[in-house]
Design a protein around this ligand. Structure first.
Ligand SMILES: Cc1cc2nc3c(=O)[nH]c(=O)nc-3n(C[C@H](O)[C@H](O)[C@H](O)COP(=O)(O)OP(=O)(O)OC[C@H]3O[C@@H](n4cnc5c(N)ncnc54)[C@H](O)[C@@H]3O)c2cc1C
Length: 366
């Protein structure tokens, strides 16, 4: 019997009533249409790297998104449009882009999962974010029962957020990326490096560019040192990556925190303005402005050390990164949930900040 423990990187979770392996966009649409018509619960599973599923059997259909392939769609003056199927492994796509002299995703090397799973939480790392390179995507919309094209603007990307994360039901079938054509090989130069840790690891100033291949190699090294590249020999990588989202709080609240708490201002302040006659009222922005805090700092300073585990539990905090909850080999979804609840309540009582989970929880709540 197939279980989520076998198909997810955290390696927890029970079975499901029905599994469908969908290898083409049409198979995905057919499976989703049938599940929706049967009025039964269903969801799409990509690489299983950002989902925590309950130990109980899932009473519905799991559609495994397994279509793959990359195709160049067109060359502009600066951009190359690249069309990638949703089930393609994200890091294989990054590796392909780097080898082909296409910039824009090199700093996101080593993130597990699929291309179709990437827009859900607008993946990002080392100064790059998916939102910067998505041109559009093809989406089977569960409400409409039809396939639609969503542009970057339709997706309302923000920090670890998109309309898909906010609840627009459906399945991403493929994504068209707009990447920068910077050369013909991995020696071509990257986008400017905008992340301090990466620029110092490369020994260059912030804003400098380095060969794509060198950036990819350095990012993979930095990630491996934090247990953030999947590796069956490293037990710290049996996780969903960061378990909690870095919280964004108001400036006023941030000032009440200890001075050594890392703080990063986010969002541009738009000055208030009058609407021109006849101009439509713009939709309320869902983008948060304020100060981003480090969830890892809050966790460690609330007293939860790296490597911590509750007595008798198979789950533990990674020995390399306080933000990752890992399966030490015998964890159940319940063990993970208990540890997450413990961390959440300690941080809340120490700092008054409620940490929210980053992965999708299925059959569980925190
Ligand atoms: C070791 C490790 C390191 C990580 N590092 C990072 C990081 O640096 N930055 C970062 O942002 N994330 C990181 N993650 C989280 C994760 O890799 C990403 O969120 C990834 O994009 C999830 O893709 P997936 O295919 O595995 O999605 P899954 O885990 O399979 O699914 C996650 C959610 O997306 C939905 N979904 C999946 N595929 C589709 C689809 N085709 N259409 C619609 N919905 C879909 C699922 O229903 C579910 O709700 C890390 C995870 C791990 C394990």
């Amino acid at each position: 019997m197939t279980t989520f423990a076998e198909l997810t990187t955290l390696r927890v979770g029970g079975g499901a009533r029905r599994w469908v392996e969908a290898r083409t966009s049409q198979e995905i649409v057919d499976a989703a249409t049938a599940a929706q018509a049967a009025a039964e619960p269903w969801f799409a599973l990509g690489g299983g790297s950002n989902v925590v599923v309950s130990d109980e059997e899932f009473q519905g259909t799991v559609i495994r998104v397994l279509n793959d392939g990359i195709q160049i769609d067109g060359e502009g003056t600066q951009h190359t449009l690249v069309h990638v199927q949703a089930g393609h492994r994200w890091d294989d796509f990054v590796s392909w882009a780097v080898l082909n002299g296409l910039a824009g995703v090199e700093a996101m090397s080593g993130i597990p999962g699929t291309v179709g799973g990437a827009p859900v939480q607008n993946i990002g790392a080392y100064g790059q974010e998916l939102a910067e390179v998505v041109h559009s995507l093809t989406f089977w919309d569960a409400e409409l029962g039809d396939v639609v094209t969503l542009t970057r603007a339709d997706l309302d990307f923000a920090f670890r957020h998109s309309v898909l994360k906010a609840g627009r039901r459906g399945i991403v079938l493929d994504i068209t990326f707009a990447l920068w054509r910077v050369g013909e090989s991995s020696q071509a130069l990257s986008k400017p490096i905008m992340f301090e840790q990466l620029s110092s690891a490369l020994g260059v100033a912030m804003g400098a560019s380095e060969p794509l291949g060198a950036v990819r190699a350095r990012v993979l090294e930095l990630r491996a040192a934090k247990g953030m590249v999947l590796d069956t020999n490293d037990p710290d990588t049996a996780s969903v990556g960061s378990f909690f989202v870095n919280p964004i709080v108001s400036e006023r609240f941030a000032r009440s925190l200890p001075p050594d708490a890392p703080q990063f201002p986010v969002g541009e302040d738009e000055p208030p303005r009058y609407l021109a006659p006849g101009e439509e009222v713009p939709p309320l922005s869902t983008r948060q402005r304020g100060v981003k805090l480090s969830a890892a700092w809050l966790i460690e300073n609330a007293g939860v050390r790296k490597g911590f585990a509750l007595p008798g539990s198979g789950a533990g905090i990674s020995s390399k990164h306080a933000l990752a909850i890992t399966n030490r080999g015998t964890a159940t979804a319940n063990d993970v949930l208990q540890l997450a609840t413990y961390v959440q309540s300690l941080v809340q009582s120490a700092f008054g900040v409620l940490l929210l989970p980053e992965p999708t929880l299925v059959g569980l709540s925190l």
